[in-house]
Design a protein around this ligand. Structure first.
Ligand SMILES: *[C@@H]1O[C@H](CO)[C@@H](O)[C@H](O)[C@H]1NC(C)=O
Ligand SMILES: *[C@@H]1O[C@H](CO)[C@@H](O)[C@H](O)[C@H]1NC(C)=O
Ligand SMILES: *[C@@H]1O[C@H](CO)[C@@H](O)[C@H](O)[C@H]1NC(C)=O
Ligand SMILES: *[C@@H]1O[C@H](CO)[C@@H](O)[C@H](O)[C@H]1NC(C)=O
Ligand SMILES: *[C@@H]1O[C@H](CO)[C@@H](O)[C@H](O)[C@H]1NC(C)=O
Ligand SMILES: *[C@@H]1O[C@H](CO)[C@@H](O)[C@H](O)[C@H]1NC(C)=O
Ligand SMILES: *[C@@H]1O[C@H](CO)[C@@H](O)[C@H](O)[C@H]1NC(C)=O
Ligand SMILES: *[C@@H]1O[C@H](CO)[C@@H](O)[C@H](O)[C@H]1NC(C)=O
Ligand SMILES: *[C@@H]1O[C@H](CO)[C@@H](O)[C@H](O)[C@H]1NC(C)=O
Ligand SMILES: *[C@@H]1O[C@H](CO)[C@@H](O)[C@H](O)[C@H]1NC(C)=O
Length: 782
């Protein structure tokens, strides 16, 4: 009978059986006085008057019944403290809980007018969840539609089962606000709420300022709260539908006592009650770091706490105001290095391990797929980024951003992926665009050799389409100014090449004959006329095409444009008056023209071009057929790597690939490539090495003949190297011009080369056909 703390005036006479049941309820017109309380059935919670901390003010609240140190979880009259003990709490016949000053008769606090007009017989009950609920007596307790419940009016504590969010039907917001201090439960500075503009997101604000954006729900947790992980004590859920938006956690093990509280300091903390120690133990606390400071790095800036300074521009972006950025004023953020102009060819780069940006200017649909999402974003010029709204499982839903992307930070573990709109030239890689547009796992390697023709064809078709659409005329014309890839008309090319006259033919390239041409303005061009092919998969290669057209380096031969009409597909390159390096170094007379300095200059140029292909271009490109005849020389004898017919691109971090279709040229192929089909930047470097040897000694690797041994050039060089006579490898004609300091620098000792025995074995002799420079293709067994 001890549990009966609440004694209703007119129930004094009632039987004790009735009274035990009355302990957790209050009926209409009953009065709860200062030293009376209501206790939930299992004595978990208690409702009554209390003084917070050292305060002498009185409040009506709910606290844990069994916890000695009173821990208040809910307060009624937060902002209207009672100064004496004379007040009374009553439940009116209309179902309204009223706190009245008995001296004046004024209402100090009330639970508010009931939305239910026809209340007949209200009753208030304190449940073991800590919820005080007013409902129609005799009817089932319905937490979904009560007359009133304390769970709809959070104070600073989120208990298990409480909903933190919105009831969209009634328009009720359930958010929590810190106490002013431990002594004052009045509305403090901090509130934790869900912003429903755009895709709903959790915001912790201090006054009117956003202090912290916990972010939108990503299906597993709030994007900015990655350490909210599943555990054995409670599970959690986020509900987002037409009627409700809320976060809720529920106990799995109901014997534990836990609460999430927003402290007066603004800290969000979760405690568990440790009964043996009789104390609250801090289980989780929202750890704020510099990067949690809202929008610290400005639009398109990313905050990475592991970096110093913490703010950085995302890849493809640069500081809007470099001067201010330098002095750590990041407020202006970053902007696209190449502005977005909503032009065809734009796509998306993915950025992973991020906290998703502010969603106030966003749109969502929970049933769309990522592919639909990308399309939707692409269609709308103001859409700057997208991602799936639910990353749980394989990912679903669509979330689009409009305008600036604000408040992004790096989250190393379980961060989110964001797809940001980029101009065509900034697009990452084939792998990226393919995987997002086709939505399937793609092989990271795309054989450029196989597609280069298709790509360029598609590029031409693509621009032709655009040009047609724009009804532009005249040649050459720019298909898209942003892409710098002009389209030439067939008549222009016919005129330039004198109808592909034999006298204009420069030679035969990988895909067809090459002609010299002169445009009307006098500009010299080389026209590569391609064989017919299908236009299959054009669309898929669109982005790659754009990337390739953007491959620009002074040591790569430059693609000027293309021409496609009818069956004709042509690529137009800059004309190289000095043709190929081949004609210089292997010719007795011409080689005299190339002294050491010229050769050194050429070697450095090739190295630069190769470095660009391997490291500095957007795509990692393996040329696979680097040889003297593929090095063209401009009028100033600057070397330009040409013929990408056999090249392959590597995406992402891929370093090597194996093929069973080996293409290349004997004498230049690295052993692991020729033998096992493994190619990588290293196999290119091997070819480069052969090339350098050939350039410095003016001899072809495979045709090299020495009277003392039957090694090829590599073997010869290896022998000389081992005898400390490397310099003797250098062509005699170079004579005095040689600069020893340029040819001998400390390097790690080289390994013994493979394949250094010259033309002595049966199969090499076979393949050393009439045209020794021919690029060959051979199949090797798997
Ligand atoms: C509180 O209860 C005591 C007895 O337990 C009683 O004497 C006292 O008058 C009550 N005070 C008020 C304010 O109701
Ligand atoms: C109450 O007062 C004591 C002594 O002045 C102080 O140590 C304690 O922190 C105060 N408690 C609160 C909750 O303010
Ligand atoms: C009781 O709670 C107060 C405030 O929460 C705290 O300062 C005090 O240390 C607690 N006392 C015990 C015995 O846990
Ligand atoms: C009730 O009102 C009187 C008169 O305004 C005031 O003096 C008293 O402090 C009030 N009581 C409470 C509990 O607020
Ligand atoms: C409740 O309703 C009455 C009458 O409709 C109105 O005067 C009063 O201001 C309302 N109170 C609240 C708290 O909404
Ligand atoms: C959470 O756990 C409770 C109790 O085991 C269960 O009833 C509820 O369905 C769970 N909720 C979620 C979202 O998993
Ligand atoms: C969401 O997308 C699905 C599938 O595309 C569509 O059927 C539905 O109407 C969309 N819903 C809204 C609210 O746009
Ligand atoms: C693009 O999205 C914005 C924001 O949702 C919308 O106002 C606008 O109508 C959309 N434009 C198109 C063309 O769909
Ligand atoms: C999110 O994805 C999971 C796994 O596919 C699914 O069970 C859940 O219903 C989805 N949530 C929403 C809100 O669509
Ligand atoms: C992101 O892009 C990289 C290449 O830049 C790609 O390898 C990766 O698969 C992409 N990830 C997603 C989720 O699309």
């Amino acid at each position: 009978m001890n549990k009966i703390k609440l004694i209703f005036g007119f129930l004094v006479l009632c039987a004790s059986i009735t009274c035990t049941h009355a302990a957790d309820t209050i009926s209409a017109n009953q009065i709860l006085r200062y030293n009376e309380t209501i206790v939930s059935p299992l004595e978990t919670f208690e409702l009554g008057f209390f003084n917070p901390g050292n305060s002498t003010n009185h409040y009506v609240g709910i606290w844990y019944k069994k916890i000695s140190n009173r821990t208040v979880v809910w307060v009624a009259n937060r902002n209207t403290p009672l100064t004496d003990t004379s007040s009374e709490l009553t439940l009116t016949l209309q179902g309204v809980l009223v706190l009245r000053n008995t001296t004046t008769g004024y209402v100090v606090w009330s639970s508010g007018n009931s939305t239910t007009s026809s209340v007949r017989n209200p009753i208030g009950q304190l449940l073991d969840t800590g919820n005080f609920i007013i409902y129609e007596e005799g009817e089932r307790i319905n937490q979904e539609d009560p007359i009133w419940q304390s769970f709809d009016f959070l104070t600073d504590t989120l208990l298990p089962g409480m909903k933190h969010g919105w009831n969209l039907v009634t328009g009720t917001e359930r958010s929590y606000t810190s106490w002013k201090s431990d002594d004052d439960p009045g509305f403090g500075e901090f509130s934790y709420w869900i912003d429903t503009r755009g895709y709903p997101q959790l915001i912790l604000s201090e006054g009117r300022e956003i202090k912290l954006r916990a972010g939108p729900w990503n299906g597993l947790g709030f994007t900015g709260t990655p350490n909210l992980s599943p555990n054995t004590f409670y599970n959690f859920t986020f509900v987002l539908n037409q009627r409700e938006i809320y976060y809720q956690y529920n106990l799995i093990d109901t014997s534990v006592i836990t609460r999430l509280v927003l402290q007066p300091s603004g800290r969000l903390e979760r405690f568990f009650w440790i009964d043996s120690k009789q104390e609250w133990s801090l289980y989780w606390s929202r750890q704020n770091d510099l990067c949690d400071q809202y929008a610290l790095c400005g639009p398109f800036g990313n905050c990475n706490i592991a970096k110093s300074p913490a703010c950085e521009c995302l890849k493809g972006f640069e500081p809007t105001s470099p001067d201010q950025w330098k002095i750590t004023d990041w407020s202006q953020g970053c902007r696209h290095t190449i502005p977005i102009e909503c032009k065809p060819g734009e796509g998306f780069n993915n950025y992973s391990d991020l906290k998703l940006p502010d969603t106030r200017e966003s749109w969502y649909n929970q049933t769309m797929t990522l592919i639909e999402c990308e399309k939707m974003c692409k269609r709308n010029c103001s859409c700057t980024a997208y991602t799936h709204s639910n990353k749980s499982g394989t990912g679903s839903g669509c979330l689009l951003w409009f305008g600036d992307l604000i408040d992004i930070k790096t989250i190393a573990e379980n961060g989110d992926t964001l797809y940001i709109r980029m101009s065509p030239s900034e697009l990452d890689s084939i792998a990226n665009s393919k995987s997002s547009s086709a939505g399937r796992r793609v092989k990271v390697i795309v054989p450029v050799a196989f597609v280069v023709f298709t790509i360029l064809t598609s590029m031409c078709l693509y621009y032709r389409f655009n040009v047609k659409k724009q009804q532009q005329q005249g040649t050459p014309r720019s298909g898209n100014e942003d892409l710098d890839l002009p389209l030439f008309g067939l008549p222009t090319i016919l005129k330039a090449t004198n109808n592909f006259s034999m006298t204009n033919k420069l030679g035969e390239g990988g895909f067809g004959p090459v002609y010299k041409g002169v445009l009307e303005d006098g500009k010299e061009i080389a026209v590569k006329r391609l064989a017919k092919t299908s236009t299959q998969g054009l669309h898929e290669f669109k982005n790659e095409v754009i990337s390739i057209s953007k491959l620009q380096h002074r040591n790569l031969v430059r693609l000027l444009g293309c021409c496609i009409e009818g069956d004709e597909v042509m690529l137009i390159y800059e004309y190289m008056p000095n043709k190929s390096l081949n004609s210089f170094i292997f010719s007795k007379t011409q080689s005299q023209l190339l002294d050491w300095n010229a050769r050194y200059h050429i070697i450095i140029g090739i190295a630069r071009g190769l470095l660009y292909l391997h490291q500095d271009s957007r795509l990692r490109i393996i040329h696979r057929d680097l040889k003297v005849s593929n090095i063209l020389l401009d009028k100033d004898m600057n070397p330009k790597i040409s013929d990408f017919g056999t090249a392959r691109t590597f995406g992402g971090n891929q370093m090597a690939e194996k093929t069973n279709r080996v293409v290349g040229t004997y004498g230049y192929m690295a052993p692991e490539y020729a033998g096992n089909g493994i190619f990588s930047t290293k196999s290119d470097v091997y070819s480069f090495g052969v090339l350098v040897l050939e350039i410095v000694c003016g001899e072809k690797n495979r045709e090299f003949i020495h009277k003392e041994h039957c090694n090829n050039l590599i073997g010869h060089a290896w022998g000389l190297h081992n005898e400390g006579r490397s310099l003797q490898v250098v062509a005699k004609c170079l004579g005095e011009s040689i600069n020893v300091s340029q040819s001998e620098v400390p390097l790690p000792p080289p390994k013994e080369p493979g394949f250094y025995v010259g033309i002595s074995t049966e199969d090499t002799r076979q393949s050393s056909s009439s045209n020794n420079e021919l690029s060959i293709t051979m199949l090797i067994g798997r």
